[in-house]
Ligand binder design. Structure first.
Ligand code: HEM
Length: 133
C-alpha cells in the first residue's frame, strides 16, 4: 500500500516535471532591441530677423505716382500714407490734404499738427508702409 502510494506520487512528480520541460519553447526569432522613441523635432527658431516689423517699403518715385484725389499718397516723417479717403473728411479742409498728394508732407503736417496726439493718431490709421532710404 505504502509502496503503491509512493510510486503514484513519484509518477505525479515526473509528469509535472515533464510538463514544465515541455513548456520551454523557443520561437526562433531574434528579439530586436527596442528602438528608442523618436525625439520630437526641435522647435524651429524664429526665422524672421526683420526688425522693422512687416512694414512695406516704398520708393519716393512710387509715392510720386499717387498724386491726386483718385489715389493720394504722402510721406510724413519717413512713413508712407494713403490719404485718399481723408481728403473729403479732413476738418481743416480737403485742399490741405490734396496739396500733399505724391509729395513729402512732413513740413506741412508737423507745422500744423506736430506733437498733437489726436492728429498723429488719425494719421497713423492711414499708414501703408515706410519710405525707402
Ligand atoms: C496729413 C494728415 C493730416 C491729418 C491726419 C490731419 C488731421 C486733422 C484732424 C483729426 C483735425 C481735427 C482736429 C480737431 O477736431 O480738434 C484736423 C484739423 C485741422 N487740420 Fe489737419 N490733418 C492733416 C494734415 C493737415 C495739413 C497738412 C494742414 C495744413 C497745412 C492741416 C490743417 C488743419 C486745420 C487748419 C484744421 C482745423 C483746426 C484744427 O483743428 O487745428 N491738416 N486735422
Amino acid at each position: 500500500m505504502l509502496k503503491k502510494t509512493l510510486v503514484t506520487f513519484a509518477s505525479l512528480l515526473l509528469l509535472i516535471g515533464a510538463g514544465c520541460g515541455a513548456s520551454v519553447t523557443s520561437n526562433g526569432s531574434v528579439d530586436s532591441m527596442p528602438t528608442p522613441s523618436e525625439q520630437p523635432a526641435p522647435t524651429p527658431a524664429p526665422t524672421s530677423t526683420d526688425t522693422s516689423g512687416s512694414a512695406k517699403t516704398y520708393a519716393m518715385t512710387e509715392v510720386a505716382t499717387h498724386k491726386d484725389g483718385t489715389s493720394c499718397w504722402s510721406t510724413i516723417n519717413g512713413s508712407v500714407y494713403d490719404l485718399t479717403t481723408w481728403i473729403p473728411q479732413h476738418p481743416g479742409g480737403s485742399q490741405a490734404i490734396a496739396a500733399l498728394c505724391g509729395k513729402d508732407g512732413t513740413a506741412a503736417f508737423n507745422g500744423q499738427h506736430g506733437g498733437s496726439a489726436m492728429q498723429e493718431n488719425k494719421l497713423a490709421t492711414f499708414k501703408i508702409g515706410v519710405l525707402k532710404k
